[in-house]
Ligand binder design. Structure first.
Ligand SMILES: [Zn+2]
Ligand SMILES: [Zn+2]
Length: 150
């Protein structure tokens, strides 16, 4: 009998959907994000990264060791050349400027690992703070519950 995992090993990798979106963006296809009426940030793409955050991303040189390992830009899947300039995200992921800049103009997170850059969007920044508060509240309730029933 085949195990559950053998039958369900088609799960897409983490961040796959975002990368897919990034490539759609680069291929010049229009994404009609404006048409979708999301009422909650949990359901929609976060806003663009703040301009200052994007401008302050360092440009690094691809080292011979990285080039030898065949390090690729996760968006376009082309291997970096030795000494080529690449933009480094705070999560240490490297991208071509031409790949990551248009992406960050749409949404604030790394297409590979979803690390978020700050945004200029007040509403979204409030939502992020609120989310932390909500999590803390839930955590306190759990502790309270644990204290009452042990
Ligand atoms: Zn690229
Ligand atoms: Zn990343």
């Amino acid at each position: 009998m085949a195990s559950y995992f053998e039958e369900h090993n088609c799960e897409p990798g983490r961040g796959g959907a975002l990368l897919e979106l990034a490539r759609t963006l680069l291929s010049g296809q229009q994404l009609d994000l404006g048409l979708v009426d999301f009422s909650d940030w949990d359901e929609r793409l976060p806003p663009p990264a703040a301009r200052h955050a994007v401008l302050s991303l360092p440009t690094v040189r691809v080292t011979p060791a990285q080039a030898a390992k065949g390090l690729k830009c996760p968006v376009c899947l082309l291997e970096f050349e030795q000494d080529e300039g690449a933009r480094k995200m705070p999560c240490e992921h490297l991208f071509h400027s031409g790949c990551i800049l248009p992406w960050l103009g749409k949404t604030n997170s790394c297409p590979l690992c979803r690390h978020e850059l700050p945004t200029d969007n007040q509403e979204y920044e409030e939502y992020k703070k609120d989310k932390v508060r909500r999590q803390q509240r839930e955590h306190r309730l759990e502790c309270l519950h644990g204290a009452m029933y042990t």
